[in-house]
Design a protein around this ligand. Structure first.
Ligand SMILES: CC(=O)N[C@H]1[C@@H](OP(=O)(O)OP(=O)(O)OC[C@H]2O[C@@H](n3ccc(=O)[nH]c3=O)[C@H](O)[C@@H]2O)O[C@H](CO)[C@@H](O)[C@@H]1O
Ligand SMILES: C=C(OP(=O)(O)O)C(=O)O
Length: 418
């Protein structure tokens, strides 16, 4: 089994280029299924999840080719099957995002039920309710969700009980080819939703209001391929910001949109970290004294749940007591036990974790229980005394482009070993 070995104690400095956003690129690749001519996507990060969604499209009969270092050419002129099998959906829940485009374009889809994962049960009821409102028939059986709309979908008014990111994306994609208007109320506001809407509009869709409280979609007859560059990854950026903060370093981030990072910037500043817009990027400098802060995760523009574990790693060595409340997922504290093994003082009380800052952490063997938990352990390893040996790094490979070489470029002692 491959592992990451991190030797703590280095102060990080230098510049790091942030890659295209994982959570934008996955729905965007799914969205290209709606096009009857090829699309070219740029700023594609080198991630396991990108390989998995490309395999899903390949299984559907679509050609997905890497072009150069960071582009993908996707030819979805012909779709030969509408089934996403268990082996692929099990590897990556976002495979469910092909359901909306398939239903819209082919009038059917068969997707394996994704099941729960380390961070929660993660039902998909809101996606299915949305498809039903658009006129699809949904049947569950043999571990698959079968959706059918043989006569096409029809626009509808849909209210989401919770602003689910995936449901907003899936319903928005399905509604692009529906007859008439769809009004999606209480949708998710995440920047990745806006990036997807921009792609779809460039393909010929008529979507207004993405990023606001109401999204209106006028159905059109056909979408064509386009060229689109994916937005920078705000969670990868946040992770390197925490790396600067936790090591007392000085890092310049290239290719960031600070507008998307407002809640992360606000919380890091509250903890004493200096953050300045500089040279088309962000300069992040560690604090003299890191202060304890309270954090509550919320849908965008609130504090992102995908940064909760990394911030917890930082707060384990802050002065004072921090309270971190997770409201988006019901079980996203798997990293707590691993951080405690490194000497952190954390107690869980329902949906909150109470983090009592300690003077230092110590390296030991730990395991990445999910993607961001893995990132949190890398960050903790950067300041721990001695070596931190992180196992189950396939989780980290899902969502961090060239993590080892990016950290090495900043001066970290980190290597990947078998
Ligand atoms: C590929 C991708 O973009 N992943 C992101 C996306 O996941 P994802 O799209 O799965 O997250 P959602 O916004 O849908 O989920 C948020 C909450 O809503 C619940 N829910 C969701 C759908 C549904 O039909 N029913 C339901 O109850 C979930 O269980 C969870 O508790 O947004 C999450 C919240 O910002 C991020 O952590 C993930 O990184
Ligand atoms: C939870 C995450 O991703 P996914 O929804 O793909 O599991 C994440 O990116 O932190």
């Amino acid at each position: 089994m491959e592992k990451l070995i991190v030797t703590g104690g280095k102060t990080l400095s230098g510049s790091v280029k942030i890659s295209g956003a994982k959570n934008a690129v996955l729905p965007i690749i799914a969205g290209t299924l709606l096009g009857t001519t090829p699309s070219v996507l740029e700023e594609i990060p080198d991630l396991e999840d990108v390989r998995t969604i490309s395999e899903v499209l390949g299984h559907l009969g679509v050609s997905v080719q890497r072009e150069g270092d960071n582009s993908l050419c996707i030819d979805s002129t012909n779709i030969t099957t509408c089934e996403a099998p268990y082996e692929l959906v099990r590897k990556m829940r976002a495979s469910i995002l092909v359901m909306g485009p398939l239903l819209a374009r082919e009038g059917e889809s068969q997707i394996s039920l994704p099941g729960g994962c380390a961070i929660g049960t993660r039902p998909i009821d809101l996606h299915l309710k949305g498809f039903e409102a658009l006129g699809a028939e949904i049947v569950l059986g043999h571990g698959y969700i079968e959706a059918k709309a043989p006569h096409g979908l029809t626009g509808a008014r849909i209210y989401l009980d919770f602003p689910s990111v995936g449901a907003t994306e899936n319903i928005m994609m399905a509604a692009c080819l529906a007859k008439g208007q769809t009004i999606l109320e209480n949708p998710a506001h995440e920047p990745e939703i806006v990036d997807l809407a921009n792609l779809l509009n460039a393909m010929g869709a008529r979507i207004r209001g993405a990023g606001t409280n109401v999204i209106k979609i006028e159905g059109v007859k056909e979408l064509k391929g386009t060229t689109h560059a994916v937005i920078p990854d705000r969670i990868e950026a946040g992770t390197y910001m925490v790396a600067a903060a936790i090591t007392g370093g000085d890092i310049h981030l290239e290719n960031v949109l600070s507008e998307h990072l407002k809640p992360v910037i606000a919380k890091l500043k509250e903890a004493g970290v200096s953050i300045d817009e500089e040279n088309d990027g962000l300069r992040v400098r560690g604090a003299e004294t890191l202060r304890a802060i309270d954090i509550k995760t919320l849908p965008y523009p609130g504090f992102p749940t995908d940064m909760q574990a990394q911030m917890m790693a930082l707060l384990t060595v802050a002065h004072g007591t921090s309270v971190i409340t997770e409201t988006v997922f019901e079980n996203r504290f798997m990293h707590v036990d691993e951080l405690k093994r490194m000497g952190a003082n954390i107690k869980i009380d329902g949906r909150s974790a109470v983090v009592e800052g300690v003077p230092n952490l110590t390296g030991c063997p730990v395991k990445a229980t999910d993607l961001r938990a893995g990132a949190a352990l890398v960050l903790a390893g950067l300041i721990a005394e001695g070596q931190t040996e992180i196992g189950y790094i396939h989780h980290i490979d899902r969502g961090y482009d060239n993590l080892v070489s990016k950290f090495q470029g900043l001066g970290a002692l980190i290597e990947r070993v078998d």
